[in-house]
Design a protein around this ligand. Structure first.
Ligand code: PAF
Length: 296
């Protein structure tokens, strides 16, 4: 039976006991509304560690839009059932005040000097479009690492830039080991996301254009296209045809993150998109020439 703990302090004690027994803890941080993508992280963590715990916390520090925070899907009981099926031993949640006891100002906010620097991978794309987003992610992730002290922590590649930020954070702190897992997709190619639950049926069908546009660029790459501007134009063309509201559709060098898009002929590239469908913000990405869009 999975243990459901509703305070970070209890979670800290649970994890300390496991570590004292010599168990290696695998940890999956989430914001809940779990889907098969999250469960694939948990299953991998179960296979690679002695005990697995999961956090479910819709972190207000990483939302720049209060409406987005308010309508983010929540279903803690459903999440606990799914996690039990996937083999997690413990799931915990908490409030911002519980995660940062004695550290919040009177208005409930966290003082800017308490925010954790997300490092250079936060520059550009999500970092540029969502003010303060990666500071919020780095701050809660650092706090979660302190509480759980996991041996390994699991993140999905759908949040490509987040995985870079968290990996860099973990390296600066001397651990834990960050395991980045493949994107899980629906049969249409749409990347699994908690936000998909907010889409209408028609919106869900339209949202598959994100992965289709990534596939088109990947096909061009396989046929030998290497010019950065041409590839980026091809990526945007597909999305413009489908009429989604685009935040960005750009390429980056996966081994040398930069706020700016690369120019000229590329040796390697990841294509990244962020767009709104039905007013719901979705992101997706694909490393070009590395296996394509794998559907369920
Ligand atoms: O990817 C997420 O769900 C969140 O950004 C994370 C890592 C749980 C931090 O709140």
């Amino acid at each position: 039976m999975i243990e459901l703990l509703d305070s970070p302090a209890e979670a800290r004690a649970w994890c300390a006991l496991r570590r004292e027994r010599g168990e290696r803890i695998g940890f999956v941080p989430t914001m809940g509304a779990l889907h098969v993508g999250h469960l694939s992280l948990v299953e991998r963590a179960v296979a690679e560690n002695d005990a697995v715990c999961v956090s479910v916390f819709v972190n207000p520090l990483q939302f720049d839009d209060p409406r987005d925070l308010e309508r983010y899907p929540r279903d803690l009981e459903g999440d606990a059932r799914l996690l039990e099926g996937a083999g997690a031993a413990m799931v915990f949640t908490g409030t911002l005040a519980q995660f940062f006891p004695g550290e919040l100002a009177a208005d409930g906010s966290l003082a800017p000097e308490r925010l954790v620097d997300p490092g250079p991978a936060a520059a550009g794309l999500e970092g540029a479009f969502r003010t303060g987003h990666f500071e919020g992610v780095a701050t809660i992730v650092a706090r979660l690492f302190d509480l759980v002290e996991p041996a390994r922590v699991y993140f999905g590649r759908k949040d490509y830039q987040q995985a870079l930020v968290v990996d860099d954070l973990a390296r600066r702190r001397g651990g834990p080991r960050v395991v980045v897992c493949d994107i899980v997709r629906e049969p249409t190619g749409l990347a699994c996301s908690s936000r998909n639950a907010l889409l209408s049926e028609a919106g869900r069908a339209r949202a598959a254009c994100l992965s289709r546009s990534l596939e088109a660029v990947d096909a061009a790459w396989r046929e030998g296209a290497r010019d950065a501007e041409e590839l980026a134009a091809l990526l945007r063309e597909g999305l413009a045809r489908d009429g989604v509201e685009l935040d960005y559709a750009e390429l980056r060098d996966p081994l040398a993150w930069s706020a700016e898009a690369p120019t000229g002929l590329l040796e390697r590239a990841v294509a990244l998109v962020a767009a709104r469908v039905d007013g719901v913000r979705l992101i997706d990405n694909l490393e070009l020439g590395a296996g394509g869009v794998a559907r369920a």
